[in-house]
Design a protein around this ligand. Structure first.
Ligand SMILES: Cc1ncc(COP(=O)(O)O)c(C=O)c1O
Length: 395
């Protein structure tokens, strides 16, 4: 069965598998072969494919009302923003669709807050970002990417973003100045290969931001919603950002739902007409997002990520100790970045071999692959997945 049609633009180099069905942690291709999904839509499928409670809510909402646009109020939006507000402890929630849109929302809010509240002269606002970040694909976001594929030939870059080394507090402190409105970071860098910051780093970033009247914006789009064993990855270091950026699992693996959450003094700077999106906060998205928040509030997915995460770490340590091709790995909760011995194979080759063994994984870059199965994968399926991973390594 063909992978893609000639009409599909070539902005992805998809793996040679055409998926037609999904259930829990499993997906079936068009030839009827089942795979264990250890990418989970880059953490969008944290609750697994077709979680029955999310599907039920979606079906009901599909039969009731799906879109009004924000020109009018809809009866599902308030419950959604209340739920996200309660989850994050923030006063205000602004819903958008994809992750990059929510990041753009954060950047615009920071710029406006910088000028209006902090008193930064017009068009001089700076936002500090981290090197090796991944925050999405818009022109402004790729302007502070270090990945040549992401920014080359898409210039000119949007000015006003100052990258610093992730994990280096000295460089951060030296870079903050009176024009700095915000620091934008991932609490754990997912696409960079699940890079966990050194202990104390995020707390110091928080302290520096507070000291210099700079807003701390944490992009929890991939790291949040239970992935690391906590609701938000920043909780591992007891860091409370001024703004959370959420996406992926907020849409329950069903549709793009994203949001930013912050207090009145920050997000309150946006006034009617200054920002928005036709589909942002639509009733279908709001109903699904409310259910996703309800599921994560139960705490069961965080517990599972912790428990199965230990199992994942044990299996990876064992493989590393037996010198069968893992040079190093980093893991937290049910999330691992694994560096394959480059003399053995590339990350891409590892993913192709894994496909043959019946497990879906994806390389981040070079010889690094990432594992991020649905959080409710279950011990037995995780065991099968890791056995298949090992076989793929030895192929
Ligand atoms: C940390 C982070 N931020 C933002 C994004 C962009 O999200 P989207 O692809 O929904 O625009 C991603 C996607 O992988 C991400 O991992």
């Amino acid at each position: 069965m063909s992978v893609e049609s000639k009409t599909t633009a070539r902005n992805y180099s998809s793996m040679p598998v055409t998926i037609a069905e999904g259930k829990g942690s499993w997906v079936k291709d068009t030839d009827g072969k089942w795979y264990i999904d250890c990418l989970a839509g880059y953490s969008a499928n944290n609750f697994g494919h077709l979680h029955p409670e999310i599907v039920e809510v979606a079906h009901h909402q599909l039969d009731t009302l799906t879109l009004t646009a924000r020109a009018f109020m809809n009866d599902r939006l308030g419950a959604f923003t209340d739920a996200v507000s309660e989850l994050t402890g923030k006063d205000l929630v602004l819903p958008m669709n994809g992750g990059a849109e929510a990041v753009e929302t954060a950047l615009k809010t920071a710029r406006k807050w910088g000028e209006l509240v902090k008193g930064i002269p017009e068009d001089r606002t700076e936002i500090i970002t981290a090197r090796n970040n991944f925050h999405g694909r818009t022109i402004s976001i790729v302007s502070f990417s270090d990945d040549e594929d992401a920014y080359k030939n898409f210039g000119p870059k949007t000015p006003g973003f100052i990258p610093v080394e992730y994990g280096n507090v000295k460089e951060l402190e030296a870079t903050i100045n009176e024009n700095t409105a915000a620091v934008l970071m991932e609490p754990i860098q997912g696409e960079a290969g699940v890079i966990i910051p050194p202990d104390g780093y995020l707390q110091t970033v928080r302290e520096l931001c507070t000291k210099h009247n700079v807003k701390l914006i944490l992009d929890e789009i991939q790291s949040g919603f239970g992935r690391t064993g906590k609701t938000f990855a920043s909780e591992h270091w007891n860091v409370n950002p001024d703004m959370y950026i959420l996406g992926k699992a907020l849409g329950g693996g069903i549709m793009p739902v994203s949001a930013v959450a912050a207090n009145e003094d920050f997000l309150g700077v946006l006034k009617p007409g200054e920002h928005g999106s036709t589909y942002g906060g639509n009733p279908l998205a709001a109903a699904i997002g409310t259910k996703a928040v309800e599921l994560i509030q139960r705490g069961e997915f965080q517990e599972k990520a912790k428990r199965y995460g230990e199992q994942l770490r044990e299996r990876l340590s064992d493989m590393q100790n037996r010198n069968i091709g893992i040079v190093a790995f980093r893991s937290i909760g049910l999330w691992a970045g694994i560096d394959i011995d480059p003399s053995l194979k590339t990350g891409k080759q590892m993913c192709l071999d894994a496909l043959q063994e019946g497990i879906l994984i994806k390389d981040t870059h070079g010889s690094t692959v990432r594992i991020s199965p649905p959080l409710n994968i279950g011990s037995m399926d995780l065991d099968v997945a890791m056995t298949r991973f090992e076989k793929a390594l030895e192929r």
